[in-house]
Ligand binder design. Structure first.
Ligand SMILES: Cc1ncc(COP(=O)(O)O)c(C=O)c1O
Length: 354
């Protein structure tokens, strides 16, 4: 607390990101990063940027990256907005498109940054409970609202919503923006990018942090019709003209262009996930059906708290949320390499024997 703070600072409840430990010998399965490095073409593109041009500002429109994203999704460049991580894209979305007279809607169990943005921008919100199977039921969102946002697949559950369900919502919810946060979509869920041309109120956000292994570069993007993109651009140009530096623009462009590497990486993560789910079920875990690069699982007999602490003592870190009570016994486990999965299963066997 300080008398120098603006009034709003006193009211903020900031987001707490997953731990980035300094120790190097940990099996790090807590922040949904990709266990495989980025495409070698990304590294070559970054090296090429280390040049005299660093004294110059980057392109404020990131045109090269915008073009590459547009080409990848087969949409016009006017449908693409890029930002410094999808967190920044989401922040601009809350301010530019979700602040209206009515409260916005999002699931009670979801990405915990959403309520933080509401606090920052003074946006009213209502949470909608996931159903008994921890799924989003779109019928529950058919009520007056200032906007709707949910991840697909949802975080931290990993559960996916079929495209037809999202379209069912878009058909009736025509008066406010529907944001589908597709941070994890490439690991097995159905993308709604193809619906953007038909629904002027649909905005789809993506990140390069997960399927393209670039969490350290900070690049995200949104796809929507030009009026939505213009709103985001107006906020961006009132905040920071250069959110993406020269490395981010070049590295992210190379990553988007290397489709084969991206597909192979996703395939490996999905195969490891399927094997890990079977192993955990054999150890007595209940695992929610995941189409993400993480799983959400609880053990029939051991508390989430205890399991997370026991894993930590064995140098394995996973994410545990103590609130709300409904998920306090779950662990959110990022899919790592096969070797990391084996280390996890070995540690769990050891813990469960005692
Ligand atoms: C659902 C969801 N959306 C968005 C993000 C933000 O991703 P980034 O800011 O790294 O692009 C995350 C990060 O974990 C996430 O879980």
């Amino acid at each position: 607390m300080s008398k120098f703070w603006s009034a709003i600072v006193h009211e903020l409840t900031p987001y707490v990101p997953g731990e980035q430990p300094k120790l190097t010998n940990l099996v790090k399965l807590n922040t949904n990063e990709n266990p495989y490095g980025p495409s070698p073409k990304v590294l070559a593109a970054l090296e090429a940027e280390v040049a005299d041009s660093l004294r110059l500002y980057p392109d404020p429109t990131s045109a090269k990256l915008v073009q590459a994203v547009a080409k990848f999704y087969n949409v016009p460049a006017t449908h693409v907005f890029v930002g410094n991580g999808s967190d920044e894209v989401l922040a601009h979305t809350f301010q530019a498109l979700l602040k209206h007279d009515q409260p916005i809607l999002f699931p009670d169990i979801t990405y915990s940054f959403y309520p933080v943005y509401c606090g920052l921008y003074g946006i009213e919100y209502q949470t909608i409970a996931l159903n008994d199977e921890f799924q989003i039921d779109v019928s529950d969102y058919k009520r007056p609202n200032g906007g709707i946002i949910f991840p697909n697949p949802n975080a931290p559950t990993g559960c996916g919503l079929p495209l037809a369900e999202i379209e069912r919502l878009l058909e009736v919810n025509t008066e406010s923006v529907v944001v589908v946060d597709e941070a994890y979509v490439d690991f097995g869920a159905e993308s709604v990018v193809g619906l953007v041309a038909r629904y002027p109120n649909l905005l789809v956000t993506h990140t390069m942090s997960k399927a393209r292994s670039l969490a350290g570069l900070r690049v995200g993007y949104a796809i929507g019709q030009p009026p939505l993109i213009e709103a985001l651009t107006r906020v961006k140009d009132s905040f920071n003209s250069y959110p993406l530096d020269r490395f981010a623009i070049s590295g992210a462009t190379a990553a988007i262009e290397d489709k084969a590497y991206f597909e192979e990486t996703c395939r490996k993560v999905v195969a490891t996930r399927q094997a890990l789910v079977r192993e955990l079920q054999a150890l007595g875990f209940f695992v929610l059906p995941s189409v993400a690069n993480f799983i959400f699982a609880r053990h029939g007999k051991r508390s989430g708290d205890e399991l997370a602490a026991s894993l930590r003592a064995r140098n394995i870190i996973v994410r545990h949320f103590s609130k709300p009570a409904r998920i306090s016994d779950f662990l959110r486990i990022t899919i790592g390499t096969d070797a990391q999965s084996q280390a996890l299963v070995k540690a769990l066997k050891d813990i469960l024997i005692h």
